[in-house]
Design a protein around this ligand. Sequence first.
Ligand SMILES: C[S@@+](CC[C@H](N)C(=O)[O-])C[C@H]1O[C@@H](n2cnc3c(N)ncnc32)[C@H](O)[C@@H]1O
Length: 392
Amino acid sequence: MTRPTGYSVAAYGDMITCAPRMPAYDAALCAAITPGCTVLDIGAGTGIFSLLACKYGAGHVYAIEPDAAIELARQAARDNGCADRISFVKDLSTAFTPERKADVMVSDIRGVMPLFEHHIATVTDARARLLAPGAIQIPRADTIRAAVVESAETARRYLEPWIENPYELDLTSGHRYVVGSWRKVNLKPEALLTEPEVFAVLDYRTVTEPNQRATLRWRAARPGTAHGLILWFDAELADGIGFSNAPGQPELIYGQAFFPLQTPLALAEGDLIEADIAATLSDRQYIWTWNTRITPVGAEAAVASFRQSSFQANLFTPDRLAPRAASYRPPHRDVHAIDCFILKRFDGKTDLQTVASALRAAFPQNFPTHKAALDHVSALSARYAATQGERV
Ligand SMILES: C[S@@+](CC[C@H](N)C(=O)[O-])C[C@H]1O[C@@H](n2cnc3c(N)ncnc32)[C@H](O)[C@@H]1O
């Protein structure tokens, strides 16, 4: 499941100053909290939603966060006189079972898109195990919209240096990879070539499916050059409370996701643009595919069609892929014996200093100094500590 995201304290601060996101969450919490109710704050970060829930009269709050940021949340609870009403859980919500089910759940575990890592699975799990019947969920729903855009400036970042560079070199071989990657943008409404269409509605009271796909059709509202598609979401937190990431709205932490067209295309007013868009969760990451067809107004057949995927952005080389194949037979390497030796001594009783001394005695050629042995042992210890709370 999801690991700590490793946001910096400054990034958590940016989330709190992000308006109108934060005022909308504040208003939704104020409307949802009833005196003495139980609140579940999934992905509490530095604790802002938990503190607000206490301010509005919650009886008990479960603040759940695997990241070290939870230590700041604990301190902030003490500073605001509500530490006795908040249980801090340094783990994933999916590994936690509360004493009482919650009347209100609040979270923001989206990325640029709400289709981010295990967001949908986390909400589905919370609904099934952690919420009382009829609990209020904040957010309630996100609507993902998509439109065709003209943005030469964004497209230039896909052309340079692969198609155009000042060194008179042919770097075109890299272009097919970059056009498989989407990037965060904040475009103005002038960039829109079409009206938006709905890609998906994620109603968090019912959603279970992490993978989403749709075929969208747009007509160009004006002539221009289509450089790509953008997707953004509009959030509904409660009745009449929400925010939007649409071009023209105040810039938020999320922005819009820009998916380039393999080749920019000139459009006339009324031209038809069709796209099969799919978001498929693979392990922790979404693979996005966007297959686009352009048909001039009045024409029968498409004049251009592109098949693109974020999968194609990866440089897969045989030496990276082969060791994952079921038929692969890993060769013996010293490091295997070394790591086995260390892991056997992680027993809850032996400290790293002692493990490092034993390691150096057993493998003197590999660890000429005690520090070298200790560094290796510490790194392995930290690696396994970081996966604590994660279901393998
Ligand atoms: C975008 S931050 C939100 C912080 C704060 N709630 C806010 O909105 O300002 C999302 C946080 O959710 C945490 N997170 C993601 N999935 C989680 C889960 N299943 N259980 C608990 N925390 C989770 C991440 O570690 C990250 O700190």
